[in-house]
Design a protein around this ligand. Sequence first.
Ligand code: CMP
Length: 139
Amino acid sequence: MGGNRTYTMVKPTAMRKGYMAAIMNKITEGGFKIIAAKMTKLSLAEAETFYAIHNERPFFGELTEFMSSGPIMAIVVEKENAVEAYRDFIGATNPEEAKDGTIRKLFGTNMGENAVHGSDSDENAKIEMNYFFNDRDIF
Ligand code: CMP
């Protein structure tokens, strides 16, 4: 059983399309408690740091340019076994393969612009939430 917190963010295309509030609503309705939230924008260098684990992948340039192309909403959520529960809840990375009713199916555009990020392990969740929030900003 994993920890009870994970990191997510609403990605730039979903922000541009005006889905921010609808996505946050869906997260809450799914039983995840939002314990930190901040609208911000990553520079290209910051996106490269955040996604450093993917720096060997062919899509790294596309991913980091996209993630620094506009504002994002950075969020920490709380629920039992949060990392796994949240990844299940948002659906497959590719919105076309995501189950009906999931955030990525409802609000995603394509593989890169897939509406939301979700941490893939407890270890990465800690690193990612600490990247955006101080302890005093998490409630
Ligand atoms: P995310 O959960 O933010 O973590 C890494 C991201 O890389 C992932 O969501 C996708 O948006 C993106 N990604 C994964 N595979 C591809 C791909 N083949 N082409 C473009 N982007 C990808």
